[in-house]
Design a binder for this molecule. Structure first.
Ligand SMILES: Nc1ncnc2c1ncn2[C@@H]1O[C@H](COP(=O)(O)OP(=O)(O)OP(=O)(O)O)[C@@H](O)[C@H]1O
Ligand SMILES: [Mg+2]
Length: 301
């Protein structure tokens, strides 16, 4: 196993290096199999005939597992590119972050802002709802995505119930499916109310394990060209992938971050090469990486 010399981090990066390091931070969708399958499941709701009881979904997975990336991809594929000259503007998918507490008024505000509507600070909720309905019909909205649904865990049970009812009403009034996403604990919020729980079918974005190492390898293969090095990254050995799984704790966001750390080191040190034997815990630690579970442990203290 080779030990990295991290002394290069004390030297300022050149402007050229800075450009390359910034490019490593760009986020672009990679369509690995299970994500594409989940995306198809969500997209199938777009064609669902309008009824008063639309099917809804809740996408559940740990933080940094790739939920928002899947939802962004659904939105970007469904919505036409912005065109000022378009005869009629359509917006099939609206995607907003759940408000920081179970406050339906704030949820309506977020939806309206995402539609470019002006919202007066004291506008009553029923007026907001009425205007959202008109605008959604006008724009032919077919789906509402509410990301980071766990935010609403902040409130009391009564507040949450009221919020969930508002969500159900919204789906019925607009006759559109709603897709929620959140960490696995979010499911508890929904199951607390059986009339809501059975309206939201769960889909899981699972942590990666050895069982799916081939698919994991295809993701790593696709991310490599984004972290371009003159001599490349030789990291596809099974033992290296197993260590990557372990250090990332099976989370895609962590996998990308680890590979970014090594690629950035390769640029800054001038080595321009990353090999499997460099991917050790000792080296990652030297690059400043902390295991995700250690981060939360620290926060809990
Ligand atoms: N399909 C993908 N293509 C490319 N990169 C991905 C993909 N999925 C996940 N990633 C990487 O993982 C990171 C985390 O993904 P994402 O933000 O979607 O996680 P999340 O599950 O929404 O997390 P949180 O619950 O904290 O919001 C992304 O910033 C990106 O670097
Ligand atoms: Mg997210």
């Amino acid at each position: 196993m080779s030990k990295l010399d991290v002394g290069c981090f004390t030297v300022r990066p050149t402007p050229e290096m800075k450009v390359r390091l910034a490019a490593f931070r760009e986020e672009r969708w990679i369509g690995y199999d299970s994500a594409v399958r989940i995306r198809e499941q969500i997209e199938s709701l777009l064609d669902h005939p309008k009824t008063h009881r639309m099917p809804n979904l809740v996408l559940l997975g740990e933080s940094n597992s790739g939920k928002s990336m899947i939802l962004n991809s659904v939105r970007d594929r469904a919505n036409p590119p912005y065109d000022l000259n378009a005869h009629k503007i359509e917006l099939p998918v609206i995607m907003v972050q759940a408000p920081p507490s179970p406050d339906e008024g704030r949820m309506y505000t977020r939806i309206m802002e995402s539609l470019g509507m002006h919202v007066a600070s004291r506008e009553p909720e029923d007026s907001k709802l009425r205007r959202i309905k008109v605008m959604c019909q006008h724009l032919n909205v077919k789906m509402l995505i509410l990301d980071d649904f766990f935010n609403i865990a902040a409130g009391s049970i009564a507040r949450r119930r009221k919020f969930l009812n508002a969500l159900r009403n919204l789906s019925m009034e607009l006759s559109i499916p709603i897709v929620l996403s959140g960490v696995p604990e979010s499911q508890n919020i929904l199951t607390a109310d059986s009339s809501i729980a059975n309206r939201f079918k769960p889909i899981f974005v699972r942590r990666w394990t050895e069982e799916r190492i081939e698919e994991y390898a295809t993701f790593v293969v696709s991310i490599r060209p984004r972290l371009e090095l003159e001599k490349g990254m030789d990291i596809l050995q099974r033992a290296t992938l197993t260590r990557l799984l372990q250090f990332s704790e099976g989370l895609l966001g962590e996998t990308v971050e680890i590979l970014r750390l090594f690629a950035s080191w390769a640029v800054r040190s001038g080595t321009e090469h990353v090999t499997g034997d460099m991917v050790t815990w000792e080296n990652l630690h030297a690059l400043g990486y902390v295991l995700p579970s250690d981060r939360t442990r620290h926060l809990e203290r």
